[in-house]
Design a protein around this ligand. Structure first.
Ligand SMILES: [Zn+2]
Length: 777
């Protein structure tokens, strides 16, 4: 039985009868999934006496052998061998001729007597060692130094492995919030476990300059400190000074730490926009002369580096000279994103530059800026990476493009013959939500669960095979506006970074969510053992109410993203628990309750309990008739949305809200029988920033025959002046009329009002639950 996907070449090797003769192969939990792995039965046991050997007197191999010996806590130091291998009980690291393999690949054979890892270079050996560590049980990671009585059985297997993409990146923004050196090292260390090879370090931005530049000391003296940071999503500041920076020695320490883990560090020095950190220190580099403060808001600032002032280029060249002295990376990231043209258009120096260089607009001026910096970096043997805005106005000749505003920039660049790193906001921005807004810490909008990350395909189908070669790989980005602490950074990054690791490494045909999700469970143990504050949001159980057409009844359906998992649930009604039980099929809920859920995986409850309230009212499950069209963009579960007992969160537009664009909502509900109606409660959303307004008027009409309707008391508009999003209930009480049918007409205000930034555009009306209640008995 073959458990995994084999490359054709290896299948031939593995179909040897001797290997097939054994029963019950082992399983593995390696992430990223290797190109091919054949698991057999039986194990090799690592003991303190296992020799760690390397097959040539190479300094690099010797260091890798030391790493292995240290982690395995060998009793004897590693040694080199020339021809005589011991009979048994050894781990051998061996370099093979270059022609025999992939520059980042390795092969590993584990049999009863030994383990051999071979590769064309140290990097491949390093990845082989990472795979070996992942074959050990999770207890290995947990074990304390000095203890040797742990299980170190390695399953017998043979692995042939190499990455799909040469660029496998993770990014960290240290400007919006500063992260200490120790955390950066932990971040890099874990990257190496999952075979990432590039760390993109976002060192400068409007909110802080974070790298010591000896020639310009004010960059850190002034530019690394801001006086205040926004509180939550508001424009209000906390007025607490905030700052921090890395000395050049610290940066070098990080570069060396990463190098030992075969990770390249790409520094990003933002230009010409996102530069207030620099301008606060050296305002003469701006168009207006300042003065400026290190920014205390999030977003995009208008003040940027002046493109007409040669001093700016001199400054950047001096800065980059020091940057190149610290970072040996072939690539230097020069930013290039979100540079508003406002200041350049009014600056005489910038206008003069445009006239002198024959540039027709600000885009071409930005292009001039980037090309000039590229030329300088090229002269120094480096290449630039820029965000996809550098395409506008003409791409610098050797630039690699980081496509972040979707895939389009990457497609365009690849078609022009430029290299591309794919990092589209969805699903590569790990600062987006990974679970329901109601249960997650505040984040930048966008729902980006681990399953979406896993399903990301970096090579757009529209590209030809030749163009596709320009897609170097994908990168996970972590922007830290709302991430102030290392713990939270880890929570946002893990485990989603494991999904992207597999996207970057594993052949597309080997990727399979069900299989990944099973392996992922073991990695939760590994992450825990390494002290990583990873998120358990992936364990979330989805609670839905479904309309069973056969029985015409509402049922509660529970589901999870982990095949083979067991869902446990409990109902809490008025504080009374019904007791935890296993979910088998959709069930009927009799009373308003809070449904608690928890997943069990591989025989273990995950400890992540999700809660969802379901309100039972007299219109619950009475599928309404809608006579005006809602928008397909915000359709939730259609008519069911209005009577499913579930309340929507003000920030999750795509679940639980029915959106009407410019239209009124006309809803009719058949209650099934004539009953006394006491009150009607309707949920609306208000968030003017996104053009969502409360209704101008809400009318309710009642009928006993469905033909003749009489109006119930109406509802007056509620005036809200806040800019914060809010879910607001319109509640009509003391109706006290008999009815079988109820009509709700919610009048859309039509268009965004005068004074609104989108005045005259169609306004949105968002409806949630229509709750109808008879008097309590
Ligand atoms: Zn200017």
């Amino acid at each position: 039985m073959k458990l995994h996907y084999l490359s054709i070449k290896l299948s031939l090797l593995i179909l040897l009868p001797t290997i097939l003769a054994v029963a019950q192969p082992n399983t593995h939990s390696i992430i990223p999934e290797p190109v091919s792995i054949e698991m057999e039965s039986g194990t090799f046991t690592i003991t303190p006496k296992t020799s760690i050997l390397f097959a040539s007197p190479s300094n690099e191999l010797s260091k890798l052998a030391d790493l292995l010996a240290e982690r395995l806590r060998s009793a004897t130091p590693p040694g080199s061998v020339n021809h005589h291998l011991p009979k048994r009980n050894y781990i051998l690291l061996k370099l093979t001729p270059e022609a025999h393999g992939h520059p980042e690949g390795y092969e590993m054979v584990v049999d009863k007597e030994s383990i051999t890892i071979s590769a064309v270079n140290g990097k491949g050996i390093f990845y082989g060692i990472q795979t070996l560590f992942q074959l050990l049980p999770a207890e290995f990671e947990k074990s304390e130094p000095g203890k040797t009585h742990i299980n170190r059985k390695v399953p017998i297997c043979s692995v042939k492995d190499y990455p799909r993409f040469p660029y496998r990146g993770m990014h960290l923004d240290v400007s919006r919030h500063f992260f200490p050196v120790e955390f950066i090292k932990k971040y890099i260390d874990l990257m190496s476990v999952y075979k990432y090879n590039n760390f993109h370090w976002h060192l400068t931005d409007d909110q802080g300059w974070r790298l010591e530049i000896k020639k310009y000391p004010l960059l850190t003296e002034i530019g690394s400190m801001r006086t205040s940071s926004p509180i939550g999503r508001s424009e209000t500041g906390d007025h607490i000074p905030y700052g921090g920076y890395y000395t050049q020695d610290e940066a070098r320490e990080i570069v060396e730490y990463a190098r030992q883990r075969y990770i390249n560090v790409i520094p990003e020095i933002e230009m010409p926009g996102h530069s207030l950190g620099a301008l606060a220190a050296y305002p003469e580099l701006s168009c207006t002369g300042g003065p400026f403060e290190v920014w205390t808001q999030w977003g995009v600032a208008d003040d940027i580096l002046c493109a007409g002032n040669d001093e700016v280029f001199h400054f950047l060249e001096e800065v980059l000279t020091e940057v190149m002295n610290i970072f040996p990376s072939k690539y230097i990231h020069i930013g290039g994103d979100e540079a508003p043209e406002t200041r350049w258009e009014k600056c005489t120096r910038c206008q003069k530059r445009m006239a002198g260089e024959g540039l027709k607009d600000a885009y071409e001026l930005q292009s001039y800026f980037i090309r000039r910096m590229e030329k300088f970096l090229n002269q120094n043997g480096r290449q630039i990476i820029g965000w996809d805005e550098i395409l506008e106005g003409g791409l610098a000749p050797g630039a690699t493009v980081m496509s972040w505003r979707g895939m389009e920039g990457g497609i365009e660049a690849a078609k022009l013959g430029h290299d591309v790193i794919m990092t589209p906001g969805a699903p590569c921005y790990l600062n987006h939500y990974q679970g329901s807004v109601a249960e997650e810490p505040l984040a930048i909008g966008g729902y980006n669960p681990i399953k979406s990350v896993y399903r990301f395909e970096p090579v757009p189908a529209i590209l030809s095979p030749q163009e596709s070669k320009h897609i170097l790989g994908a990168q996970a980005n972590l922007w830290t506006e709302y991430i102030a602490e290392p713990d939270l950074a880890e929570y946002m990054v893990y485990p989603r970074a494991l999904a992207l690791a597999e996207v970057n490494w594993t052949p597309k045909t080997n990727r399979n969510w069900d299989h990944f999700s099973i392996r992922l469970v073991k990695h939760f143990d590994l992450l825990e053992a390494r002290g990583i504050n990873f998120s358990k949001s992936a364990f979330k159980v989805s609670v839905q109410t479904i309309y069973d057409t056969l029985s015409s009844q509402m049922k509660i359906s529970l589901s999870a993203d982990f095949p083979g998992s067991i869902i446990w649930f409990n109902e809490l009604t008025n504080g009374q628990s019904k007791g935890w039980r296993k979910y088998t099929e959709p069930f009927i809920l009799e009373e308003t309750a809070e449904i608690q859920t928890e997943l069990e995986l591989a025989g273990k409850r995950t400890g992540r309990i999700s809660k969802k309230s379901i309100t039972i009212h007299d219109a619950y499950g009475r599928l309404p008739l809608l006579s005006t069209p809602y928008s397909a963009r915000y359709a939730a579960s259609g008519a069911l949305t209005l009577i499913d007992g579930l309340r929507a969160h003000p920030l999750s537009y795509h679940s639980g809200w029915l959106g009407y664009s410019g239209e009124d909502a006309h809803v009719m509900i058949d209650l099934g029988k004539i009953m006394m109606i006491k009150n009607v409660n309707i949920g609306f959303l208000y968030n003017p920033v996104d053009w969502i307004f409360l209704p101008e008027e809400v009318k309710i009409e009642l009928s006993q025959d469905g033909i003749h309707f009489i109006p119930a008391p109406g509802m007056h508009p509620v005036l809200l002046t806040t800019r914060q999003p809010a879910a607001l209930d319109y509640n009509v009480v003391q109706i006290n009329s008999m009815a079988k049918y109820i009509k709700v007409i919610a009048k859309n205000i039509g268009v965004c009002p005068e004074g609104h930034w989108a005045a005259g555009e169609k306004a949105w009306l968002f409806l949630d639950e229509i709750m109808v209640n008879k008097p309590e008995e």
